[in-house]
Design a protein around this ligand. Structure first.
Ligand code: SF4
Length: 355
């Protein structure tokens, strides 16, 4: 296994990086995967205020059930298998308007509402992947009943970034102790889990390496991390970080490479809509392209359209690699039976094709 010292040396390297990589045998994958999804941005109310965030709003909306069901219907026409639910964190705690709306619709809180929407998704043969931010053990246990998998970006395990003047100054649940606990609880509950790093938000190379080693340690203990996203920060107009520089491709390649060495066989995802040269990353350890939606935009990065699936296929073919559709729960966890009976009913309709 690579040491922390060596990982840091690689991240700190200049052009000699291309000599260093020759010391390691990173195999090019035969397959690169993606999941065909519909993106449901349930609410943009959020209890945090991350300085790079474009999604959160002080005048928030919450999608009503009719609108969401209409998206499910369209998604099925396009043969999507995944319903990706994203949120601001606990928008009901942050906004009286959202609380009142939920009450009017007969729900005690946002968790209950999402449970209901996920049930509806299953009725339309869509497998829910829920990204609801920091949740308690009991909330995760409750949502597991109706989710094929769940996710939470660790981003960077840095208390320092929660200090005054830093990006997470006003985002209490971005403190690593809460986020790491969610990853651990997912392990205890046998929830296939997606996490990831956000690069370019003021972190140091030491913090990147530490974050990857923490993910690795949790996975070693619980075997529950189904993939790790390596995401580059993109500056958004109107946010406090609008003039910040996004990380270079060189930096992102180094992080991907180091992640591959530390995380060993955990799949690594690179979002192709945020990286025009995404296929380069396949040679440095990435082997998944995440959710691609033929139906909805990336609401978190609306300026970055999804590439067409046909283009992904052709560009990988040039490298002799096959693009393969996967479900929001990876094969390994299907085989291990890490899903509820309700999810299993939908899953079994797809298993013959995907496992
Ligand atoms: S990045 Fe997520 S947690 Fe932070 S403010 Fe935006 S929606 Fe909230």
């Amino acid at each position: 296994m690579i040491s922390k010292k060596k990982a840091l040396e690689i991240l700190n390297s200049g052009i000699e990086f291309f000599d260093i990589i020759k010391e390691y045998n990173i195999k090019k994958p035969r397959y690169v995967t993606y999941s065909k999804n519909v993106f449901i941005p349930v609410t943009n109310a959020c209890r945090n205020r991350c300085k790079y965030c474009f999604f959160r709003s002080d005048k928030p909306y919450i999608l009503d059930e009719r609108y969401v069901i209409n998206l499910f219907k369209i998604a099925r026409r396009y043969d999507c298998k995944e319903a990706l639910f994203t949120f601001g964190e606990r928008g009901d705690l942050a906004s009286t308007d959202i609380r009142m709306k939920l009450k009017e619709w007969g729900f005690d809180d946002i968790i209950e509402y999402v449970y209901h929407l996920a049930e509806k998704a299953l009725e339309y043969d869509l497998l829910p992947h829920i990204n609801a931010g920091v949740l308690t053990y009991d909330e995760m246990k409750y949502l597991k009943e109706v989710s094929a998998s769940m996710g939470l970006m660790l981003e960077i395990a840095s208390k320092r970034l929660c200090n005054k003047g830093e990006v997470h100054e006003h985002s209490p649940t971005k403190h690593p102790k809460y986020r790491l606990q969610v990853l651990i609880n997912a392990g205890k509950l046998r929830i296939p889990f997606t996490t990831g790093l956000l690069i370019g938000i003021g972190e140091t190379n030491e913090e990147i390496v530490n974050s990857l080693f923490l993910i690795r340690a949790i996975h070693k203990r619980y075997k529950n991390i189904q993939e790790v996203i390596i995401q580059n920060f993109k500056p958004k107009r109107g946010t406090p970080m609008e003039n910040a520089r996004e990380p270079s491709i060189f930096k992102m390649l180094k992080v991907t490479f180091v992640a591959r060495l530390i995380l060993e066989d955990i799949p690594i995802q690179i979002p192709p809509n945020l990286n025009p040269a995404w296929e380069l990353f396949i040679n440095f350890g990435a082997n998944d392209l995440g959710g691609i939606s033929p139906v909805t935009i990336d609401y978190i990065n609306p300026e970055s359209p999804w590439p067409r699936i046909e283009d992904l296929y052709e560009r990988l073919k040039e490298q002799g690699i096959i693009l393969r559709e996967r479900l929001p729960i990876y094969d390994e966890y299907i085989k291990k039976g890490w899903y509820s009976e309700r999810v299993g009913k939908v899953l079994r309709k797809y298993i013959n094709t995907y496992s």
